[in-house]
Design a protein around this ligand. Sequence first.
Ligand SMILES: O=C(CO)[C@@H](O)[C@H](O)[C@H](O)[C@H](O)COP(=O)(O)O
Ligand SMILES: [Zn+2]
Length: 199
Amino acid sequence: MPYGFAPNIRDYYMQSRDALDRALASPEFLRATADIAGLWTERFAAGRKILLCGNGGSAGDAQHIAGELLCRFRFDRAPLPALALTVDSSVMTAIGNDYAYDQIFSRQVLGLATEGDVVVGISTSGRSPNVVKALEAARSKGATTVAFTGEDPRDLGALADLVLKAPSASTPIIQQIHMTAAHIICELVEVTLFPKPNA
Ligand SMILES: O=C(CO)[C@@H](O)[C@H](O)[C@H](O)[C@H](O)COP(=O)(O)O
Ligand SMILES: [Zn+2]
């Protein structure tokens, strides 16, 4: 049986579209998209890697982005070194249990990041302590920091060399804009580093 049609269901879609419209009207948002694509492209070309982290849906986004880069996006090409710090349950439970939950990403960054790498922290609130500490650790290792946040980047913004601010205060809508931007960034990286697919 089909579900009944909620008359306001269109309004939910419109909230998402309105937020994307605000992003597209923001030169700062478009600039950040281009700058992040340029940074990732430059660092991959220099043999550096990208580490990504976030909680909940943003953990999924970190994994999704790593998959686009390490596997492929639109066409066959060499894998790009990208790793989500959200995937190793043994590492995360050990760090959470033996140290603290707010160190689950920062300890991995301290162990894995080297100078010139990029560490990406994804947080809709901009203040999840484990993501904030990941960017602090990244800076201590000489890595470049990128934050994907909501309209108020809070603590994370202050620690990021580049910030992508989704113009909303709603967690799911911010996440939707993050992944729209991430797909565009992955596409720009791929076509710039591999300009002639299958040639
Ligand atoms: O996916 C969602 C909501 O759409 C949730 O799982 C959400 O990601 C979690 O509540 C996170 O813990 C929120 O963390 P943050 O974005 O504030 O850093
Ligand atoms: Zn969600």
